[in-house]
Design a protein around this ligand. Structure first.
Ligand SMILES: CC(C)(COP(=O)(O)OP(=O)(O)OC[C@H]1O[C@@H](n2cnc3c(N)ncnc32)[C@H](O)[C@@H]1OP(=O)(O)O)[C@@H](O)C(=O)NCCC(=O)NCCS
Length: 288
């Protein structure tokens, strides 16, 4: 099966294949206590397509597809930031074709795009095939917690020194990212600000993007700022709250979750190469 660079017209097909593959994987790995596996919402379909289409303008050399006689068979999309950090954004093979070696070929192709990068990150699903692939590709795998529940607002801790951010904060935000994960988010701020509200520490020590269910990305230069930002994100939730991508290096986030009486479950893994899991950082699932 030939592997070739991804084109814009491949993106909607890739979105559909990825929804199928992740749905199947969620059904397979679902524990009795988990909520039912869900298909991607219309809003998430639109943001997936917009984000991945943008990658083709900036990181086309990191994105690959494979076709067979039935259509799209698999794809991998990766990006590079500051020429320092390689990120696997999304990766899937059609259910029914999995476990036969196509994933390895797609991942190898995407990883050539990171060959000059000292740092590598990915956010892994619980699929054992994905974990085998990533570990064999040299990634250290760090299990993650997900904190979730409906916030009892009387438990919220009042926060000061946090305000909503604007485009003029993005240089500062990128500097924080460079200190915390090695590279700024740069051109990804458009996708991040479409997905959530930017909040920044008034002393310039941290920031978060937060949506109605909780933070989707949080970075800080010290633990007390990380904690204040997480409380701010929780205060902005309406309805059930979710704080995902919490690794063992983020015990401060576990403490905030416990203080807010959120439940703790395990979900997914952070994969890193050439770096430790950042401790004052809750990564974004696709933009890391
Ligand atoms: C992850 C994924 C993209 C990998 O693609 P793939 O074509 O299945 O990958 P490969 O066949 O190259 O590699 C899978 C490996 O797991 C092994 N494997 C197959 N079934 C397995 C199982 N049930 N448990 C553990 N390993 C298994 C395969 O033998 C292979 O290992 P090998 O190369 O040493 O033989 C694909 O399985 C998928 O789409 N999964 C669902 C979506 C997902 O989780 N994407 C990753 C996002 S982080």
């Amino acid at each position: 099966m030939e592997i070739r660079p991804m084109d814009p017209e491949d993106v909607p097909l890739a979105q559909q294949l990825s929804d199928d593959a992740f749905y199947e994987a969620a059904v397979q790995s679902r524990r009795a206590s988990d909520p039912p596996a869900q298909r991607r919402s219309e809003a998430r379909v639109a943001s997936w397509i917009a984000r991945t289409t943008k990658f083709l303008a900036t990181d086309a050399e990191g994105c690959f597809v494979a076709y067979d006689s039935e259509g799209l068979a698999g794809f991998a999309a990766s990006i590079r930031r500051d020429d320092v950090l390689w990120i696997l954004s999304t990766f899937a093979v059609r259910p029914g074709l999995q476990g036969l070696g196509l994933g390895k070929r797609l991942l190898d192709a995407a990883m050539t795009y990171g060959s000059g990068c000292p740092r590598w990150m990915l956010s892994a699903s619980d699929d054992p095939k994905a974990l085998r692939r990533y570990r064999l590709a040299g990634f250290d795998l760090h299990p993650q917690l997900m904190l979730h529940g409906t916030i009892d607002r009387s438990l919220l801790v009042a926060v000061d020194g946090v305000r909503e951010g604007t485009a003029s904060d993005l240089d500062l935000v990128d500097d924080i990212d460079r200190k915390v994960r090695g590279a700024g988010h740069g051109r990804d701020h458009a996708a991040l600000s479409a997905a959530g509200t930017l909040v920044v520490d008034t002393a310039g020590r941290g920031y978060a993007y937060t949506e109605l269910s909780g933070p989707i990305l949080l970075a800080a230069l010290d633990e007390s700022t990380a904690i204040r930002l997480m409380w701010e994100c929780l205060a902005r939730t309406t309805g059930p709250a979710t704080v995902g991508h919490v690794t063992g290096a983020n015990q401060w986030a576990v403490d905030v979750g416990l203080a807010a009486r959120l439940a703790i479950g395990a979900e997914g893994l952070l994969g890193v190469r050439g770096m430790a899991p950042p401790s004052l950082y809750l990564h974004h699932g696709a933009l890391l």
